[in-house]
Write a protein that binds this ligand. Structure first.
Ligand SMILES: NC(=O)c1ccc[n+]([C@@H]2O[C@H](COP(=O)([O-])OP(=O)(O)OC[C@H]3O[C@@H](n4cnc5c(N)ncnc54)[C@H](OP(=O)(O)O)[C@@H]3O)[C@@H](O)[C@H]2O)c1
Length: 249
C-alpha cells in the first residue's frame, strides 16, 4: 500500500509536533507533511523528532502560513507535484488570547483560527477528495463549546478569552458545514478537542506552557488523532470529539 499523506498545520510545536511524532512512530504507512510558517522552526522540530527515534513513517517539512494565500498556493503546488493527493488534512495551527484591544484581538485570532482553516481547506480539498479514505480534522477546543461555556464553572476565566472561544465555536460550525456538504463524497470530518496539554498557545514561559503543572502530554492528543484517522472513531464522524467521547456543541 502506498503511504497515506497527512498534512498538519502548525506542526513545529505543541499538539502539531506531538501528532507528527505519534503518527511517524505508529506506522510506515504515514507520510507526515509538517507544515508551518517558519521553515527553520520546522527543520528543528523534524530533527528533534528524528533524534528521539522510533520512526517508521516519513516526515517532510512544508512552509505554509495559513493566513497567506501565496504561501498556501505554493504549498499546494508542492504537495500536488510530489504526492498528487492528500489523505488527511489536520487544521491545527492557531493563536491564543492576544491582547486587550478588542479589534486587534478579534482580527488576529479570527485571521489565524478561522480564515486560516477556510483558506487551507478550500485550497487542499480537491486533493483530499482524490483520496480513497479522506479525513478532514479541525483541532478545536472545549473552549468553543457554547453549552459548556454557558454552564457555571469554579475556575477563573483567563482574560480576553472571548475571541479564542468565539473562533473555536466558529471552527466547529465550519467543520459541521463541511461534513454536511461533502459527506456524500466520502469526506470524514471531525472537529476535535485535544484536551488541556503542554504547548506555547498560552505563552512561552514555563508557567504558561504548563499552568500549575496541570497540563497533559500533547502526545495523548496525537494518539487520539491517530485513532480518528485509523477509523476507530468513525461512529462519531461529524461530531465534536475528544479523547474520551463527544462534547455538546
Ligand atoms: N494546548 C492546549 O491546551 C489546547 C487546548 C485546546 C485546544 N488546543 C488547540 O490545539 C491546536 C494547537 O495548539 P497548541 O496548543 O499546540 O499551541 P502552540 O504550541 O502554540 O502551536 C500552535 C502552532 O500554530 C502555528 N501557527 C500560528 N499561526 C500560524 C500561521 N499563521 N500559519 C501557520 N502556523 C501558524 C504556530 O507556529 P509558530 O511557532 O510559527 O508560532 C505553532 O506551530 C490549536 O488549534 C489550539 O487551539 C490546544
Amino acid at each position: 500500500m502506498s503511504s497515506r499523506i497527512v498534512l498538519i498545520t502548525g506542526a513545529n510545536s505543541g499538539v502539531g509536533y506531538a501528532t507528527s511524532q505519534v503518527l511517524a512512530q505508529a506506522s510506515k504507512d504515514f507520510h507526515v507533511l509538517m507544515a508551518g510558517r517558519s521553515l527553520e522552526k520546522l527543520k528543528t522540530a523534524k530533527a528533534d523528532i528524528e533524534a528521539a527515534g522510533g520512526l517508521k513513517g516519513q516526515l517532510t517539512t512544508l512552509e505554509l502560513d495559513v493566513t497567506r494565500e501565496a504561501s498556501i498556493e505554493k504549498a499546494l503546488r508542492q504537495v500536488e507535484t510530489e504526492f498528487g493527493q492528500l489523505d488527511v488534512l489536520i487544521n491545527n495551527a492557531a493563536v491564543g488570547n492576544i491582547d486587550n484591544n478588542p479589534r486587534t484581538r478579534f482580527e488576529a485570532v479570527f485571521q489565524t483560527n478561522i480564515l486560516g482553516p477556510v483558506l487551507v481547506t478550500e485550497a487542499f480539498r480537491p486533493l483530499l477528495l482524490k483520496s480513497q479514505n479522506p479525513y478532514s480534522i479541525y483541532v478545536s477546543s472545549g473552549a468553543g463549546s457554547i453549552s459548556k461555556t454557558a454552564k457555571p464553572t469554579n475556575y477563573p476565566e483567563p482574560p480576553n478569552a472571548d475571541a479564542y472561544r468565539s473562533s473555536k465555536a466558529s471552527l466547529n460550525m465550519l467543520a459541521v458545514y463541511e461534513y454536511k456538504t461533502y459527506k456524500d463524497k466520502g469526506l470524514k470530518v471531525f472537529p476535535f478537542c485535544p484536551g488541556f496539554v503542554v504547548s506555547k498557545l498560552r505563552g512561552e514561559n514555563e508557567e504558561m506552557m504548563n499552568p500549575g503543572g496541570l497540563a497533559g502530554d500533547p502526545r495523548v492528543s496525537g494518539e487520539s488523532i491517530l485513532s480518528i484517522i485509523q477509523g476507530e472513531r468513525d461512529g462519531d464522524v461529524g461530531k465534536f470529539v475528544h479523547k474520551d467521547g463527544v462534547y455538546d456543541w
